[in-house]
Design a protein around this ligand. Structure first.
Ligand SMILES: *Cc1c(COP(=O)(O)O)cnc(C)c1O
Length: 388
């Protein structure tokens, strides 16, 4: 990041104004761009000129969005995608070859796990997993074909914290890449490149938009790697739409204030839950009771907006809790202005055995709260009445 503070970059990073000298960036809904003459067209196709040619390659709105995320993450360059999953897939498809191997954290986002287990093996790319509480085993999983260590922090839904610097050191030592999905923290709270990540991936669908409107994704980091990802993406077509890029660029202007408030509300919710008689335990990174609070404080500016807690009474109590919720919503999203509650063991993770769930920190009564921006007393009142 250059001399400006994060908030200023979030607002003032802007592509050139058009002839109309607009203050707020306009939306460029165009699939292609015109050439002045034969020589302009020749030079543009020969890649000698850096300019917009076709919106699958680049567009002023996606360029602005990418530049903002790069500044926020302290990254050299990036590419924007239609969704978080297209960012994850394209990154691996661009960088790995048949026979390559991934070492990944076990409790990563569900679709990423399906991608690793059921899609990438079609191209003979395999994955071995490590448990977040056994980082000392990571090195023993690395073999001659390993190209990437992949992880997320905080984790979903158990809100464990991963030591990114520790993994960065291992990646350096073995000359392999560290790729971090930073979606839960956002670049405002945590910048993995500082701790040794080579690439950072985001689902912009979550806190970056923060208002539950659009899908988007982005990969930023080392420019030699982003060049390969861009080559793959330009020719396979997962580009972010200009409209979504325009929405996301606007959203990033308010990311710091929104995330500050999300974290303030989440801390209040976590403290309330700790006092409730029907709650067995609470997991929130900045709570004293979190086993990795110190690490969380080292890596993150604030604790994030996800609070996990264990309701007493197991699966049945979890289902009853969801049915009793009035103000908050049951939804598959997170990082929205609206507070969202989910019960992983009876919904998203119901198909796994109890043993497999426990391996990723999902106990029977675990409730995940994506704390929103409603008044904290209203959120707490709803949780209190639903807890009984
Ligand atoms: C939602 C999510 C994704 C996938 O993003 P989409 O925009 O839904 O494709 C990836 N990683 C994490 C951690 C997520 O929460």
């Amino acid at each position: 990041m250059n001399e400006n503070q994060f908030e200023t970059e979030a607002i003032r990073t802007q592509i050139e104004r058009s002839q109309f000298l607009e203050h707020s960036n306009p939306l460029y809904l165009t699939s292609s761009y015109v050439f002045e003459d034969a020589e302009d067209m020749r030079a543009s196709f020969a890649d000698e000129k850096k300019r917009n040619v076709y919106s699958r390659y680049s567009n002023p709105n996606t360029t602005e969005f990418i530049e903002k995320v790069c500044k926020m993450e302290g990254a050299e360059s990036g590419y924007a995608f239609a969704s978080g999953m297209s960012a994850v897939f394209s990154t691996f498809a661009a960088l790995l070859d048949s026979g390559d191997h991934i070492v990944s954290l076990q409790n990563i986002f569900g679709s990423t796990q399906v991608l690793f287990n059921s899609v990438l093996p079609k191209w003979n790319i395999s994955t071995d997993y490590f448990n977040i509480h056994e980082l000392e085993k990571v090195e023993s999983l690395i073999n001659a074909n390993t190209k990437v260590i992949y992880a997320e922090s905080p984790t979903n839904p158990a809100v464990d914290i991963l030591d990114i610097e520790f993994l960065g050191d291992i990646a350096r030592k073995h000359d392999i890449l560290l790729i971090i999905d930073n979606c839960f923290a956002t670049p405002y709270l945590q910048q993995p490149i500082k701790f040794g990540a080579d690439l950072v991936i985001h689902s912009a669908t979550k806190l970056m938009d923060g208002q539950g409107r659009v899908l988007g994704g982005v990969t930023v980091g080392r420019s030699d790697l982003v060049e390969k990802i861009t080559f793959f993406a330009r020719n396979s077509g997962p580009a972010l739409s200009p409209f979504n890029a325009w929405v996301l660029s606007k959203s990033l202007e308010t990311l710091p204030v929104r995330v500050d408030k999300h974290c303030e509300n989440a801390m209040e919710v976590a403290k309330f839950l700790e006092t409730h008689k029907n709650v067995a335990f609470v997991k929130y990174p900045f709570l004293k009771s979190h086993p990795q609070q110190k690490l969380a404080i080292k890596q993150m500016r604030l604790g994030g907006n996800i609070v996990a807690f264990e309701i007493k009474g197991g699966i049945e109590a979890g289902r009853k809790f969801l049915d009793a919720i009035k103000l908050c919503t049951l939804s598959a999203n997170l990082g929205d202005t609206r507070t969202i509650v989910t019960h992983p063991s009876s919904t998203t993770h119901a198909k796994l055995s109890q043993d497999d769930r426990l391996k990723t920190g999902i106990t029977d009564g675990l409730i995940r709260v994506s704390v929103g921006l409603e008044h904290k007393e209203d959120i707490i009142n709803d949780l209190r009445q639903a807890l009984g």
